[in-house]
Every structure is written in C-alpha cells, then in structure tokens.
Design a protein around this ligand. Structure first.
Ligand SMILES: CC(C)(COP(=O)(O)OP(=O)(O)OC[C@H]1O[C@@H](n2cnc3c(N)ncnc32)[C@H](O)[C@@H]1OP(=O)(O)O)[C@@H](O)C(=O)NCCC(=O)NCCS
Length: 179
C-alpha cells in the first residue's frame, strides 16, 4: 500500500529499510521520549521492522520516504493508537503534519473507526503540538506509565474524532490559502 502527499510517500515497510530506520531509532535525539532507549544494534531494529512487516501490507503503518530516502515512520502499529518518528534532519519542516495527517485520513477513509488515540510524554512539546495541529484533544493523564531504560515516564492521553479531524483539515486549508 502506498500514499502520496505533496512531499512524501508513505508505504508498507520492507526488509531493505533496515539501515535507514536504524539511523532513526538509534538516534538519541529521536528516541528521547520514545517507548524504548535508542537501538544499539541492527538486530534490535531488524526485530522492530519485522514486527511492522508482520502486521501485513494492508495494515495502516508506514515508512515515510522523501525523495526516495526513508526518513521515519507514521501510522498505527496497534490500532487505534498513532505513532510517528522522524530523523532529526527532517524536523521542523511540517513533514510530520503531512505524514501523520495522511495516515489518519487514510484510516478514517478505509476503516469503520470513530476515534483514534495517542499517548505522549508530557515533556514532548513537539509531539504535543503536532497532535493538537492534527486535531487531537487531551483526554487524560497518568503517572508512571512507561519504564524506559529504568526511568519512569508519565503519559498524556489524546483522542481524535472524525469531526475533530475535519475541523483540523479545514484549518490547514485556511493556512494553505493564507486565510
Ligand atoms: C514529533 C515529531 C514527529 C515532529 O516532527 P516535525 O516534522 O518536526 O513536526 P512538524 O514540522 O510537522 O511540526 C508540527 C508542529 O510541532 C511544532 N514543533 C516542532 N518541533 C517542536 C519543538 N521542538 N517544540 C515545540 N513545538 C515544536 C511545529 O512548530 C508545528 O506546530 P505549529 O503548527 O504550531 O508551528 C518529531 O519531533 C520527532 O520525530 N520526534 C521524536 C519522536 C517522537 O517523540 N515521537 C512521538 C512519540 S509520542
């Protein structure tokens, strides 16, 4: 499966994505608020990638390509919870809005689901801002939800309805047209 956006291609993962995905998952800047510490070995990333591939070609979880290079992933490893990570070289250009937005719209178009969810570290300002821009609203907070490398992390919970997504898309269109 493949989705095209103005700057990106989202597609199912393949075994030969290993090196590019490892470059993302082994970067401590990218994994600072991820559910695992940075990957230290290619084998760790291979197991992670195999999990993604095992979900099957119709599952809405995607690697993100820009100009033929894999720069990260966006989608739903476990429905209905969204996850995304980009290589730091790609940050700050609106690419996560573009990629995650496309994955969300694909799911709402193809699945009989009314709510999508997200779980984010309260310190992860970029991810929180991204979720809000996509239309997610905060629904809860819990302490000590993840133990990552021996350190406890908290969670903010978010959800996105079809109507919330539609409102966010309309706001994007107004931005795009300068309104
Ligand atoms: C979260 C992440 C995907 C955002 O990617 P990105 O391509 O830089 O995001 P975008 O450029 O599309 O920007 C989305 C919004 O976040 C804001 N933003 C980006 N980086 C930010 C930062 N460090 N602090 C605050 N806001 C930030 C942008 O300004 C934009 O908001 P705006 O519309 O108000 O300007 C990226 O930072 C990342 O890969 N982080 C590591 C992985 C991760 O933490 N994943 C989430 C786990 S829940």
């Amino acid at each position: 499966m493949e989705i095209r956006t103005p700057r990106l291609t989202l597609r199912s993962a393949r075994p030969d994505d290993l090196e590019a995905i490892h470059a993302v998952l082994s970067d401590p800047r990218a994994t600072r608020w991820w559910s695992t510490p940075p990957h230290e070995t290619l084998d760790q990333t291979r197991a992670w990638l195999e999990g993604m591939i095992a979900n099957g070609p119709d599952h809405p979880d995607f690697v993100i390509e820009r100009d033929g290079r894999v720069i990260g992933k966006a989608g739903f490893y476990a429905m209905p919870d969204i996850g995304y990570i980009l290589h730091p070289d790609a940050w700050g250009q609106g690419l996560a809005v573009e990629a995650a937005g496309a994955a969300i719209d694909h799911v709402f178009q193809t699945r009989d689901l009314d709510i999508l969810t997200a779980d984010v570290d309260p310190e992860n300002a970029a991810s929180i801002r991204l979720l809000e821009r996509l239309g997610f609203v905060r629904t809860g907070f819990a302490e000590r939800t993840w133990n990552v490398g021996g350190e406890w992390k908290d969670s903010l919970y978010y959800s996105l309805s079809r109507a919330g997504r539609q409102a966010a898309r309309s706001a994007e269109e107004r931005r795009g047209s300068g309104g």
